[in-house]
Each structure stands twice: as structure tokens, then as C-alpha cells.
Design a protein around this ligand. Structure first.
Ligand code: ADP
Length: 473
């Protein structure tokens, strides 16, 4: 660990850079960097499109070797990467370290999986011909990523793209470009060709987003962010029928049945709701708690919340950092006020925002028609909805336009199958509060998006299937 974590990215820092990255914990400037305009990004895409030709000709094993070197450098620099991440995102340092390991996992996993991009032979329709399929890289890809996971949202797109033989140009979120640039610097140190993977921070996100959808050399766009921006990009992608992977908003139900282990369920809520101060797309958004255990569960949750320590993510023992900025904290405070006004009952928290900080909050007496139950909260606030039976829980859980992650706690094997099958979500965690991993397919249904990241399904997002018919036999 160097004393200055920014040493990794000094070559990118500019005293007069128009992108000013601030520490949400105290408002201090972390660093200033250049902004890419659409013309510059266009030239970078052209270069990436040239670089991918030689890259795709390497064997998967040769690509894997360079990717493994990149993975190893990320892990060797994990402490500095985590500190950069905490400085620009506010995330508690322990969570940032966890994200580096988790994010690096995608690089390692896809480097290996690239070796298994198997085609097939298919029994044919004529004795004179044979059918084969081969998988080929999609080509030059682009990605747009959010600030809540400044490192992992990039590696889970770039790693499968590179493993498949594609090139990738990434526009990181305005708030967290420094971690992204550090990843680029380490990829170059590892020997990954410079033009193959580029990070393009910009102040003109919408112009660059439109360019990604209109540049003739971009074959695929992968986006993680809000459903609203996903809709804009999907409409723009119609111009060239650009392939899309969209990982959008969620409204995760977290259901606690009367046969659940309540202590385990409380720990699940702490992990799922309060991690990253509630700013993840898979955060529990609504706690659905069965009548008979409602009060006991809320009591236990309240006691456990009392043990959380809020503060600057760099400080020892802090497990709840600030939100990404003061505007977001004020928005969350408004959501809470509105919910109380609509009849919600405050159990803990609920104070005004303090700069970018917002205290962990629980509100009971919430109903599914309230605004808080319909939209992503993106803050450390847990609304509790009562339900009577399994059918009602499933009905409330599915009463949303979103379908990303769902959670439930139960020990009954019959109920576990019924509820898992009944939830209209891309991912369901049972008796667990955290579900994302490079080995599993992450993604949503309904307005939470399309496509999967992680696992062998994540690789196929960056490959085209070609059917070859061999006749004249
Ligand atoms: P979040 O709520 O996570 O900030 P957004 O969807 O607003 O979600 O942002 C996610 C990413 O999308 C960021 O990198 C942001 O800069 C980018 N973005 C926002 N608006 C647009 C747009 N019109 N076109 C392309 N990218 C955009």
C-alpha cells in the first residue's frame, strides 16, 4: 500500500480538469480529470475496433494469460483501489475492499470461461450435409456504468467481453471515474493492448451514450443504471439494432415468513438493505413481514440497527457511509417525510439529512400503494409491509414494474419451492441477504432489464452464434 492511493492514476490527474471528483463524506476534492467529448470517444472506438482484430486471433489461453495478469495486479493493488473507491464514493473501506475482490473475481472467472466457448454439431436434415455452430466475438462493445459499484460494474462487463475476443470502451459514472481509470492503468500494466479496453470519463454522458448507439463500429452496448436511462438507450439502440444488455432498477421484496429464523432474517436485512447505504439495485426495497412475527421481527431489527456505526468510510469500524451526495440524502429525507405523512410509523431514524449522510431508518405501517413501496429508495430506509399469508406475500411482491432481485426467509421446503417459483424476479435469494457472484447469472425481468452478467450466460452476451451448413458430402 502506498501512502498516496492516487499514485496509481497520477498520469490522469489534471489541475484544471473539468471533471471534479469530490469525497461525499466531507466535500473535499479528490482529483480532477479530463472530460472526453464525443469526437474523442469516436476516435477511441475506431482504435478499439482495430485492436480487437488481433485480440480475437489469439487463442483463448493467450487471452486468459493476460487477463490473469490483470487480475493479479488488481489484487496486488487492492488496498489502493479500495481507498480510491472510498474516497470518491463514500463506501466504507471494508466494503470497498470486498468490492475489489468481488470485481477481480469476474476477471479471473471469465479468463477461464473464455476457453470453454464451445460450438456444437447438430444431427442434420439431409445425409449429404452436416450442421455445426461456432461462437464468435460480437465485436467492439461499449458500456455505461453507475457509481454504486465503481469497479465491479466495469469488470463484470469488460471481463466477458475481453474473454470472448471483443474490445470494450467504457463510460464510467461522473462521480466515480477514478477507480475506473485505475483499472485501465492496471490492465495496461498487465499487457492488455492499450486500445482494446478504454475508459472514457465525460461530462457529456448523453452525447456519448448516443454515440455508443450510433457509431457504426459499436455492435453491443451494456448498461447498468436507472430504468429511465435504460429506456433512452434502448430507443437510441434502435438506430442500428445495437445488441443490448440492460441491468436497470429494482424494487426488491424481502419477505419474512412466520417459520423463518428471525435472527438470520435480521442479518439478511442488514446485509441487503444497509450495505452501501442502501444504494444498490438489489437492495431490499420493501420488507414484507408476516402478521404473527411482525412485532418481534421489528424489535430485533431496531436493536440491530442500533449497532450500526455511521461515518466517514475511511474511519475504523464504520459500516454505514454517506450517500453519494447531499442531494441524494435530501431526496431520501423527503421520501421518509412523505411516507410518514401517508400514515407510516417511524420506528428508528427518520431525522433530517446531515450533508450526504442519512441515518438508518425503519418505517412500519407501510402499504403497497404508497410511493415508497413502488419506487427504488436507494437509501438506508426500510419500509415494513404486513401480510397475512403466502399468496398475499407473493401478490404484493410481484405488484411492481420491476423484477431484479427478491429475498425470502423460510424453513419450509414446500413453501421455499412455491415462493421461489411464484416470484417474478430474475434472482431469488432464500435465507441469504447477498446473492451476487461471478459464478452466478445476475439480471432481471420486466423493467429491470435484459441479459445476464456472470456465469457462462454472461459470456454468451458477448458472442454471436453462427450456424454453418456443410453440404456436398
Ligand atoms: P444512477 O441512478 O445509478 O445514477 P443513471 O441511470 O442516472 O443511474 O446513471 C447510470 C449511468 O448512466 C451513469 O454513468 C450516467 O452518467 C449515465 N447516463 C445518465 N444519463 C445518460 C444518458 N442520457 N445517456 C447515456 N448515459 C447516461
Amino acid at each position: 500500500m502506498t501512502s498516496n492511493p492516487l499514485a496509481l492514476i497520477t498520469s490522469y490527474l489534471r489541475d484544471d480538469g473539468p471533471i471534479v471528483v469530490e469525497n461525499p463524506a466531507n466535500g473535499e476534492v479528490v482529483g480532477r480529470i479530463a472530460s472526453h467529448d464525443a469526437d474523442q470517444v469516436s476516435a477511441i472506438i475506431d482504435k478499439a475496433d482495430t485492436a480487437r482484430i488481433a485480440w480475437a486471433k489469439l487463442t483463448a489461453k493467450e487471452r486468459a494469460k493476460l487477463m490473469r495478469a490483470w487480475h493479479d495486479l488488481v489484487m496486488a493493488n487492492a488496498d489502493d483501489l479500495a481507498r480510491i473507491m472510498t474516497l470518491e464514493s463514500g463506501k466504507p473501506l471494508a466494503e470497498s475492499k470486498g468490492e475489489v475482490t468481488y470485481g477481480a473475481g469476474y476477471i479471473e472467472w471469465f479468463a477461464e470461461e473464455g476457453k470453454r466457448a464451445y460450438g456444437e454439431t447438430i444431427p442434420g436434415f439431409s445425409p449429404k450435409s452436416r450442421i455445426v455452430t461456432i461462437l464468435q466475438p460480437v465485436g467492439t462493445c461499449a458500456a455505461i456504468t453507475p457509481w454504486n459499484f465503481p469497479l465491479a460494474m466495469i469488470t463484470r462487463k469488460v471481463a466477458p467481453a475481453l474473454a470472448a475476443g471483443c474490445s470494450m470502451v467504457v463510460k464510467p459514472a461522473e462521480a466515480t471515474p477514478l477507480t475506473a481509470l485505475a483499472l485501465e492503468a492496471l490492465a495496461q500494466q498487465a499487457g492488455i493492448p492499450e486500445d482494446l479496453f478504454r475508459i472514457v470519463p465525460t461530462k457529456t454522458s448523453s452525447a456519448v451514450g448516443n454515440l455508443f448507439c450510433s457509431h457504426p463500429k459499436v455492435r453491443k452496448l451494456s448498461f447498468t443504471g436507472s430504468t429511465k436511462v435504460g429506456q433512452i438507450l434502448m430507443a437510441q439502440a434502435a438506430q442500428q439494432i445495437t445488441r443490448l444488455s440492460l441491468e436497470l432498477g429494482g424494487n426488491a421484496p424481502f419477505i419474512v415468513f412466520d417459520d423463518a429464523d428471525l435472527d438470520a432474517a435480521v442479518e439478511g436485512v442488514i446485509a441487503s438493505k444497509y450495505r452501501n447505504a442502501g444504494q444498490t439495485c438489489v437492495c431490499a426495497n420493501r420488507l414484507l413481514v408476516q402478521d404473527s412475527i411482525h412485532d418481534a421481527f421489528v424489535e430485533k431489527l431496531k436493536a440491530r440497527i442500533g449497532t450500526l456505526k455511521m461515518g466517514d468510510g475511511m474511519a475504523e469500524g464504520v459500516n454505514l457511509g454517506p450517500l453519494i451526495d447531499a442531494k441524494e440524502a435530501a431526496r431520501v429525507a423527503d421520501v421518509v417525510k412523505e411516507t410518514i405523512g401517508a400514515g407510516g410509523k417511524l420506528v428508528v431514524g427518520g431525522e433530517e439529512a446531515n450533508g450526504a449522510f442519512y441515518a438508518p431508518t425503519v418505517i412500519t405501517g407501510v402499504t403497497q400503494d404508497m410511493e415508497i413501496a413502488r419506487e427504488e429508495i436507494f437509501g438506508p430506509v426500510a419500509p415494513v409491509i404486513r401480510f397475512t399469508d403466502e399468496a398475499e406475500a407473493i401478490r404484493i411482491a410481484n405488484d411492481t414494474i420491476y423484477g431484479l432481485a427478491a429475498y425470502f426467509y423460510s424453513r419450509d421446503i414446500g413453501r421455499i419451492w412455491r415462493v421461489m417459483e411464484g416470484l417474478e424476479y430474475g434472482m431469488v435469494a432464500i435465507n441469504e441477504g447477498i446473492l451476487s457472484s461471478e459464478v452466478a447469472p445476475f439480471g432481471g425481468v420486466k423493467q429491470s432489464g435484459m441479459g445476464r452478467e456472470g456465469s457462462r450466460h454472461g459470456l454468451s452476451e458477448y458472442m454471436e452464434l453462427k450456424y454453418g451448413l456443410m453440404g456436398g458430402i
